[in-house]
Design a protein around this ligand. Structure first.
Ligand code: SF4
Ligand code: SF4
Length: 761
């Protein structure tokens, strides 16, 4: 037995009407103590350690559960986790987790979680409307804001290592795509969807007599998820893909793996899986407890033992089912019918059949991934080689766009309370239907994502949403009339430029029409409609107040922006240049154009990534020392910042270097390459201070590309640069591989880089 659910608290601060603990036939919680006593925690820990030692287990997972485990308070959680770690850790690796509604999560509790390496899953059913449908306080009040606050805490760098993911219960009344986007906006490492608890005596609702509404709901998400490039692992779907590729499901919801889980109630009694409480009163009981019985006794209990027999434990219908290897009869609790107990197919059988058939037969780009990967192995291998193809870069760009859309959907709820943002949101939704290309261009702009993230975290203004919508309207060449915010004397239109107005702050009415912009009767010749910024790279700012971003045409129908107006471009450690003169802008744009041509001419293969991913170059202020500097930020995906450099060859190397950082940041957005909890650092030859694993990975990936560029350049100086960057890459790569901190995907990525470097000789 490797998985244990500890009912640390038997009560809850929410009163969700779909809760299997309180709202279903089993009411045994009423007989439980409010909280698990410290002596019971010690007894449980002893039993788990004893069992792990006897069976020589490698790892056990313990989930602190409830009710609501946060009701225990930070001190009790601290003591509980400490006891579990003290007793179990010396015997077997302990994977300690908590499942919570998040309402009471505070920095103090997060400190405890991080201190004891506890990973937390938070329950959230979608956006506010979706979540409020069931997940309310006893007085009917919404829990949504409190849950978002908890997720915001878990996303913060200090606590991110404790963020396990989001658990969402399916409700057909909720729009599946809105739910998907709302969950994605919280940047969870994992998402899991749970079918509502039901059985043959209490079957799930099937509105309008639709045969497979649950499959249809999940398949809508499945389609979008595939189109987005699987930006986050969704456990149910990944489990089915895993069974399709001949592996286990790693889930009790589907697949034929033995049920390897036991529950310990607050009073120390062993129970079967929790979800059985939805079947009948006493369904989960075993009559055993941690004080008198060991885990082996619980495992031998007939009701638990039968669940370890795989196919043999299923009903005749399931055993004969063509998809039983994937479905496994579904969740045990969903098979119950009074009279013959669990000897039935799942009450969701038609949905499961359809879901399995579609998910396991739909071609997934580059084949099914392992459950922890959300980028396919082929794309990972391709990127690890260094340059990566345009196709792989496009996947990263698609993931970026999906994340931006998800962030905006999350913000849209708050927009309802802000008249300027609300108008912007309505316009954006309309444009997304009628002119999707224009909207896509604006949303893909690096600093729209940065603004959206800062806005979500309360660090930027929501009303900027109107600027995003207005920019899309200009690009779509449609007429729109809407209020927009003025900040620092300008109205900013992302991807287009800024419009100077006669006020430092406030709100003005902006009219867009056929690519032009009007303001209080004043016509401004933005003429920025269509696919391109129809601008002169050398244009000086005129009396009309329009400050257009200047285009950088890099060939292949692609165009970048020389970004010196966007207010959200200040995301680098280095100061950005203010608005450039026309002459300075012309020098910059021409040099970037020549540098990209040079990357092509050197035939390194890095041109594809640069063209596909790079959308903006941000001029940085020169350093007093005269040192050339460049930077990229994961939150501003698609932008590279750089100081002026004297020659095209140097700029080409800096662009390649920073685009590598963008690519790796995008990979890390959706794929765990290393254990984020591992605090170890490594000394690297390119810095004086030891670097965390993420920094080393970034350095290796960027230096690999720089070495690759230099090795193709002629002359002894180039040879010297090549040797230096190659040595840096080699040494740090070996150190990373030796450290044992990489995940399976990370090891694959690192070995791909190693193969590329070794191939150079
Ligand atoms: S938060 Fe969880 S335990 Fe509490 S009422 Fe809701 S579903 Fe039940
Ligand atoms: S699809 Fe239906 S019959 Fe087939 S294994 Fe699943 S529950 Fe059983």
């Amino acid at each position: 037995m490797t998985q244990y659910v500890l009912k640390l608290v038997s009560r809850c601060d929410l009163a969700c009407d779909h809760c299997y603990v309180y709202e279903h036939p089993d009411q045994s919680w009423r007989r439980q103590p409010r909280m698990m006593a410290p002596a019971t925690v010690t007894a449980v820990a002893d039993r788990i350690a004893e069992h792990a030692a006897a069976h020589r287990l490698d790892v056990v997972r313990v989930v602190l559960h409830g009710g609501e485990p946060l009701l225990a308070g930070a001190a009790r959680l601290d003591a509980t986790a400490a006891t579990l770690r003290r007793v179990i850790d010396p015997v077997v690796r302990l994977d300690l987790r908590m499942q919570s509604n998040g309402v009471l999560l505070t920095p103090a509790t997060c400190d405890v979680l991080v201190a004891h390496d506890v990973k937390v899953g938070i329950s959230l059913d979608g956006d506010r409307a979706a979540n409020d449908r069931h997940r309310r306080h006893a007085n009917g009040a919404s829990s949504h804001r409190q849950v978002l606050r908890a997720l915001s805490l878990l996303r913060s760098p200090a606590y991110r290592s404790s963020y396990a993911g989001i658990l969402c219960t399916v409700d057909l009344a909720n729009d599946p795509i809105r739910v998907y986007e709302a969950l994605l906006a919280e940047e969870p490492p994992h998402v899991d969807f749970l079918l509502p608890h039901a059985n043959w005596d209490s079957p799930p609702g099937r509105p309008d007599g639709v045969a497979t509404p649950y499959a249809d709901w999940l398949l809508a998400i499945h389609r979008r998820w595939l189109a987005d490039g699987r930006p986050v692992p969704i456990r149910l779907l990944e489990s089915l893909l895993s069974t399709a590729s001949g592996h286990g499901s790693h889930s009790e919801a589907v697949g034929l793996g033995p049920a390897d889980l036991v529950v310990v109630e607050a009073d120390g009694t062993f129970e079967q899986v929790d979800s059985l409480k939805s079947a009948y009163d006493g369904a989960a009981a075993t009559g055993l407890d941690v004080f008198r019985h060991g885990v082996d006794d619980a495992a031998a209990h007939p009701a638990i033992a039968v669940r370890q027999t795989g196919l043999a434990g299923l009903c005749a219908t399931c055993r004969a089912c063509p998809v039983v290897g994937h479905c496994g009869g579904g969740l045990y609790a969903h098979r119950y019918r009074a009279g013959n107990g669990f000897d039935n197919p799942s009450v969701y059988c038609p949905d499961l059949l359809k879901l399995v058939r579609v998910v396991t037969t739909t071609p997934v780009a580059d084949g099914p991934a392992r459950p922890t990967d959300s980028l396919s192995p082929r794309v990972l291998d391709d990127l690890a080689a260094g340059p990566g193809t345009a196709g792989s870069a496009e996947q990263l760009a698609a993931v970026h766009l999906a994340l931006v859309r998800a962030l905006l959907v999350a913000l849209s709820e708050r927009a309802a309370g802000d008249p300027v943002a609300a108008d912007g949101w309505r316009l954006l939704v309309h444009l997304d239907e009628a002119h999707p290309d224009a909207v896509r261009t604006v949303l893909a702009h690096p600093f729209v994502r940065r603004w959206a993230r800062r806005c979500r975290d309360g660090a930027a203004e929501l009303s900027y949403l109107a600027c995003v919508a207005a920019a899309a309207a200009v690009r779509a060449r449609v007429r729109a009339d809407l209020p927009v915010p003025v900040r620092d004397g300008v109205v900013s239109l992302p991807t287009l430029g800024a419009l100077a107005v006669d006020a430092e702050r406030g709100v003005v009415r902006l009219v867009t029409d056929d690519g032009d912009v009007r303001l209080a009767g004043r016509r401004v010749t933005a003429d920025a409609g269509g696919d391109h910024v129809d601008g002169d790279p050398a244009r000086e700012d005129g009396p009309d107040g329009w400050l257009p971003v200047r285009p950088v045409r890099v060939g292949g129908g692609r165009q970048l922006l020389l970004e010196d107006t966007d207010p959200h471009r200040d995301c680098y450690d280095l100061p950005v240049e203010p608005r450039l003169s026309g002459a300075a802008a012309l020098r910059w744009t021409r040099q970037v154009e020549r540098a990209v041509r040079r990357i092509d001419a050197e035939a390194t293969g890095y041109g594809a990534g640069v063209r596909t991913l790079l959308r903006a170059v941000v001029p940085l202020r020169a350093e007093p020392t005269g040192r050339f500097r460049s930077a990229a930020a994961g939150t501003a995906f698609g932008a590279v910042a750089v100081t002026a450099v004297p020659d095209d060859a140097t700029l080409a190397v800096l662009l390649v270097h920073e685009v590598q950082h963008l690519k790796l940041s995008a990979v890390l957005d959706v794929c765990d390459l290393f254990d984020r909890d591992d605090p170890r650092t490594l000394g690297v030859p390119w810095r004086d201070d030891p670097r965390p694993v993420e920094g080393v990975l970034h350095g290796v990936y960027a230096h690999l590309a720089v070495a690759d560029v230099w090795r193709r350049r002629p002359g002894p100086a180039a040879e010297g640069h090549f040797r230096r960057y190659r040595a840096w890459t080699d040494g740090a790569l070996d150190a990373l591989l030796d450290l044992g901190v990489l995940t399976a995907a990370g090891e694959r990525f690192a070995r791909g880089m190693r193969t590329a470097v070794d191939g150079w000789s």
